[in-house]
Write a protein that binds this ligand. Structure first.
Ligand code: F1P
Length: 295
């Protein structure tokens, strides 16, 4: 079994460990009511996007998410939270270095003695969720479990659903699929982006992600019998009908979003292996992107 497959399997238990760690870590996370920026790169950005929507919906305060490299100038926040598994991603370090003096800075990372953990005013370290793999799975979802629990969302149903998802057959035979599309709405838009990234990184697949209601506004033109359009969360039945009319396959919707992401992770590994690729050695990727000083 690949290392990444083992890390995928460990997720339900680690989500519980994240929630259990909340008592100790809550004061190292942005407080309720603060105007918050949350940022990261790659997987960590998509987790940031998912949490930003969930936090606002939970009534904890305005929450913007941006790529660490793309914060619009002149923004003012009470708190800036960065997410970085490695704690060494250059754009994240630069964002912290440029934080306005009035903003409290926070980091969620896997590595305590990392530049990001040192630069942030408060660091919540999930060392137990760190990964051997280049392609992130369990750190990202464990960070999200911690952050969701922090804004009062019960993660236990996701833990149970994920245990079931680990035992279930994959809903799609991945090998013949030409194009993968992931659709989300609200906080699951970020999860849809993360699902798409997993299939790209691990299996070099052609994948896209959209807010569900955007899919009819152009991207549906590409759909045909070689397309899988995979909902993360609920899918509007009228949109499902429109997509199915193209010949595309639409797996069942309405399952627990985190458990669905886990099924997509498993699908990415299965597709990589079916293509003769090693999901533990993704092409052109490193565990973290560290840029030279001039880049
Ligand atoms: C972020 C990231 C990963 C990506 C790749 C390079 O890392 O962009 O999402 O899969 O491994 O790094 P980090 O800042 O969370 O360590």
């Amino acid at each position: 079994m690949s290392r990444i497959a083992q890390e995928i399997e460990s997720q339900p238990e680690l989500w519980q460990r994240s929630v259990a760690a909340l008592d100790e870590l809550a004061d190292r996370l942005p407080p309720r009511g603060a105007d918050v920026l949350v940022a990261g790169c790659g997987t960590s950005l998509y987790i940031a996007r998912a949490w930003a929507v969930a936090r606002e919906q939970a009534g904890h305060g305005r929450t913007d998410a941006f790529p660490a490299s793309e914060l619009p100038p002149g923004r003012d926040y009470d708190a800036m939270l960065v997410i970085s598994r490695s704690g060494t991603t250059t754009e994240v370090e630069r964002l912290l270095a440029s934080a306005p003096a009035r903003a409290a800075t926070f980091a969620v990372t896997a590595v305590p003695d990392s530049p990001v953990a040192r630069a942030a005013g408060h660091a919540a370290v999930l060392g137990f969720a760190d990964e051997w793999s280049v392609v992130q799975t369990r750190f990202a979802t464990s960070a999200l479990a911690l952050l969701l629990a922090h804004v009062g969302i019960d993660v236990e149903p996701s833990v149970e659903a994920a245990r079931d998802a680990l035992e279930a057959p994959l809903p799609v035979a991945p090998e013949p699929v030409r194009q993968w599309v992931f659709l989300g709405s609200g906080w699951t838009v970020g999860l849809a982006e993360e699902a798409a990234l997993k299939l790209r990184e691990a299996a070099q697949a052609w994948t896209e992600a959209y807010p569900a209601m955007e899919y009819r506004h152009g991207p549906i033109s590409v759909a045909d019998a070689g397309t899988v359009v995979w909902p993360i969360g609920e899918l509007d039945p009228a949109l499902r009908s429109d997509i199915e009319r193209t010949g595309a396959t639409v797996p069942p919707d309405g399952g627990d979003p985190l458990a669905t992401l886990l099924t997509v992770q498993r699908t990415a590994v299965a597709l990589a292996e079916a293509r003769g690729l090693d999901p533990d050695a993704p092409r052109n990727l490193t565990r973290s992107v560290v840029l030279s000083p001039t880049a």
